[in-house]
Ligand binder design. Structure first.
Ligand SMILES: CC(C)(COP(=O)(O)OP(=O)(O)OC[C@H]1O[C@@H](n2cnc3c(N)ncnc32)[C@H](O)[C@@H]1OP(=O)(O)O)[C@@H](O)C(=O)NCCC(=O)NCCS
Length: 178
């Protein structure tokens, strides 16, 4: 039985024992999304948005923060220090209209990369997606994005990827054990 949101917020210990809080995104996260993008290097922004944006438009931040928790879902990882909450990672899917296929995107702010957070976010997102009837994930990854390609290989989600029109178009069925 899937609840309307389908994700129970919880605390996760990263590899270095930093604690982050995982929860579904909420409309009031818009300003935190702007701050998260501001905390990303140009490289991270480019790999996530395929464009060297310095600041997202308010319209984009709104579209990313306001989801329906079924066809469009996003999980955020937050970290609190000195009573200030920050979004340190986001993973999302967008279902292709009336199908069981969804496009996925993930980003972790540079300071929190390489601590296992990207893996946690994608694995949790896969579980949520499966609970919402999604069977296949699709991703677009730039060929020079070795971090993401290595992450997908580590999760066992891709064994090979082919470049189409200058980008990797990756498609795979969500594993039962995700
Ligand atoms: C890709 C990304 C989400 C990975 O997040 P992360 O939290 O650093 O990932 P993890 O710590 O879970 O890393 C998992 C594995 O991925 C691989 N990996 C991650 N970063 C890597 C790097 N810089 N170099 C080589 N391998 C890397 C490793 O195999 C790693 O496992 P290990 O640390 O045990 O060796 C992050 O680098 C990012 O936000 N990149 C920019 C946005 C992006 O590229 N999004 C994808 C397209 S939408």
């Amino acid at each position: 039985m899937v609840t309307s949101i389908g994700f129970e917020p919880r605390v996760v210990d990263l590899r270095d024992r930093t604690k982050v809080h995982l929860r579904p995104i909420a409309p009031q996260d818009e300003p935190l999304l702007h701050e998260a993008v501001a905390a990303m290097s140009e490289r991270t922004v480019y790999f996530r948005f395929f464009s060297p944006i310095k600041r997202m438009s308010d319209a984009l931040a709104h579209r990313l923060a306001v989801v329906d928790y079924n066809d469009r879902f996003a999980l955020v990882a937050t970290h609190k220090a000195a009573s200030k909450e920050r979004i340190v990672g986001v993973a999302r899917y967008d279902r292709a209209r009336a199908t069981d296929v969804a496009e996925v995107a993930v980003a972790v702010i540079d300071e929190f990369q390489r601590r296992g957070l990207g893996s946690v976010l994608l694995a949790e997102l896969a579980r949520v997606a499966r609970d919402h009837g999604i069977k296949t994930f699709q991703l677009i990854v730039l060929p020079e994005n070795r971090e993401m390609l290595a992450l997908l290989r580590k999760l066992g989600w891709i064994h090979q990827a082919k470049v189409v029109g200058g980008v990797y178009e990756i498609s795979f069925d969500i594993p039962e054990t995700a």
